[in-house]
Ligand binder design. Structure first.
Ligand SMILES: [Mn+2]
Length: 327
């Protein structure tokens, strides 16, 4: 990683540098960007953090306040230099949750399964539970001490992306967790953990409670209005807690299409694969074994017929059969 980081410094030198997270960033994406920004600053590179989509989850807003993260405004993002160096974190090019920005995407730091066919000059990629783990390892490998605030953000990123070390966690995440745990400010972690819901979020939970349909162990919820990705994911985790549900498929209206969050508690069913098969031809989907997401395109929604919810359940039922048959 050291050579790749040094190459990154050479590439970034003399350019405007933007660390771009996926749209609607989650705690892991923001922590990664924040930790990397500090590391670059120590090496004389002033990078800015940028993303598309709003931040409306209360814990993310709190995170921005606590860590004093000031993202680029949308007008500055739109006007960034053509030759700016863009570092994609917690996401890869061509993913449905990454808006293409001006500037050159030359670097990628990610922990999702590698799917993009786009080329980067530098890739730091590892299948671990959180992208924050990769940044922690980078500090360690470079022999840099981890400042308390950075450790706090990274620890929170790992906790959120692994659901408190319960999902998709690897040996590397555990090592990073132990290291960060000794340094982090636990008052801040507690504050972030205890303020993750706001009253308006309850509408989405209400829809889940009212609309849930369980079919072959899959809990389906259609949230009939737009809501942030993080909230759809929280609702997905929420219904996965039901004993009758081993797979959660939650989708919300999103500008004419549908935005999906999928969870699997079965080691025999890969959530990324499941959503990928289910949305093939009408959208796209993918992700981790336990957590995944997807988008059903607005242009394809009428192909589902008059009862889109039933059509979606059938698609996931078929996809589940296909995933099982491929074992
Ligand atoms: Mn992540």
């Amino acid at each position: 990683m050291r050579e790749r980081f040094e190459k990154l410094l050479r590439i970034a030198h003399g350019h405007v540098v933007c660390i771009q997270t996926h749209d609607y960033p989650d705690p892991d994406a923001l922590a990664t960007a924040y930790g990397l920004q500090e590391l670059l600053r120590r090496h004389g590179i002033d990078a800015e953090i940028g993303y598309f989509g709003t931040v409306d989850k209360v814990n993310i807003r709190l995170m921005m306040d606590e860590f004093e993260i000031v993202p680029m405004s949308s007008s500055r993002l739109a006007e960034i230099a053509e030759d700016a160096v863009v570092i994609n974190v917690d996401v890869q090019k061509n993913n449905s949750n990454l808006t293409d920005m001006r500037g050159e995407e030359r670097v990628c730091i990610d922990h999702h399964p590698w799917v993009t066919e786009e080329k980067y000059d530098i890739v730091i990629h590892k299948i671990v539970g959180a992208c924050s783990t990769i940044i922690t390892e980078l500090y360690v490998e470079l022999g840099e001490d981890i400042p308390r605030m950075v450790a706090t953000a990274l620890l929170y990123g790992i906790k959120m992306d692994t659901r408190n070390l319960c999902s998709g966690v690897t040996e590397e995440d555990l090592d990073a967790f132990t290291r960060l745990h000794r340094i982090a400010n636990h008052d801040i972690i507690r504050r972030l953990e205890n303020n993750s819901l706001q009253i308006s979020d309850l509408r989405a939970y209400g829809a889940a409670i009212q609309n849930i349909v369980v079919y072959e162990g899959i809990g389906f919820v259609h949230i009939p209005f737009d809501c942030p990705d993080g909230l759809i994911a929280s609702v997905s985790n929420f219904i996965l807690a039901l004993d009758a549900v081993t797979l959660a498929v939650v989708y919300a209206d999103r500008s004419g299409g549908l935005k999906f969050s999928v969870r699997s508690e079965l080691s025999s069913v890969n959530a990324g694969q499941l959503v990928n098969y289910a949305l093939r031809g009408v959208g796209n989907g993918g992700g981790h074994a336990t957590m995944a997401g997807g988008l059903l395109y607005k242009e394809r929604i009428q192909t589902l017929g008059s009862d889109a919810d039933t059509a979606i359940r059938m698609r996931f039922g078929d996809a589940l059969e296909r995933v099982r048959s491929e074992q």
